[in-house]
Write a protein of this length. Sequence first.
Lengths: 181, 181
Amino acid sequence: MSLPHALLTALLERPCSGSELAGRFDRSIGFFWQATHQQIYRELKRLEELGWITALEPEAGRGRKRAYQVLPAGREELRRWTGEAQEPKPLRDELMVRLRAEAVIGPTDLVRDIESRLAQHLEKLALYQEIERRDFPDGGVTRQRELQHLVLQAGVMAETLWVDFCRKAIAVLSEADVATH
Amino acid sequence: MSLPHALLTALLERPCSGSELAGRFDRSIGFFWQATHQQIYRELKRLEELGWITALEPEAGRGRKRAYQVLPAGREELRRWTGEAQEPKPLRDELMVRLRAEAVIGPTDLVRDIESRLAQHLEKLALYQEIERRDFPDGGVTRQRELQHLVLQAGVMAETLWVDFCRKAIAVLSEADVATH
DNA sequence: CAGCTCATGTAACTGGTTACATGATTGA
DNA sequence: TCAATCATGTAACCAGTTACATGAGCTG
């Protein structure tokens, strides 16, 4: 249940409205946690009811922008949750299911799809490295910057892994194709 | 929507009952796709209604073991799905949300949790490497074995990444702790 | 035949997704 | 002033999770 805490974090970094949050979830925060605007509005309402956030200008509803800020109770809840133990989620990837299916039913078009994934991961890797070069030329200086850098590095590491794996998979699938024909 | 296709793959590898499938989802298949027995039974019923699988012995219900095998229509569906294009799912990890929260609200107990995660990832990595040593001493020989090996390697790569990342995170969090006190 | 375990199954709930609706603001 | 766009919101749905129930078969 990370969404409420991702929202608290985002609102602490800078108070803003639901639509702005949706925008931020398409960029920085969205690199490691995604949310649609429907989820965000639903959750903001809940957080307000819980007394963890409050609207800055108590003006009314539909169509009018409504910015929120975090209340002390929200900050306290975020602190509690951040230090809480969590089990690491096991790997869960559709591509692995497909590879295992290929192993059973023989050659399919899967290799085409992996080539296209490779291109996308290369693109994302380049994006992250560009951001890293621009925003963290000397790593992080303050504690906050170091932690932000760390999260970005996780993205770089993950995309690098995917690039490596896609190349390996393409090699295996192509080689096997040749041997089969 | 991988579960039906994971089940088709498992049943092609070896026809079996729901409870046996649940067991297999705790081991090999479960390393990259998890499912509870409730999900499995629900899905098996659906697959049978779709005409993709059929019970081997048409004996009745509750309490009696019911083994299934894949029908030609099921195999065809699996082939179709395997070659289908899929967008790579973006990284989505609670730990990144927590790190970002730490960056905003200052030191918490997070580093303890990461130390415990590190131990778990090391354990899983050792398990995967043990399986690799035992089952793939010379890599894969046939196409099928090579693909199975590839999937296992993905597990090794992912756990290695997590081990590296946890160590990096512990370094940053500890160092920052010292600087803060 | 009592009690245990195995195998199958039901029900309620949660987080996330998709499709659609409506009020407010802006600018040609 | 009206069409486009922005901001907020409702509803239905889907995959996955948790808790619990019940029939079948085995063992002491």
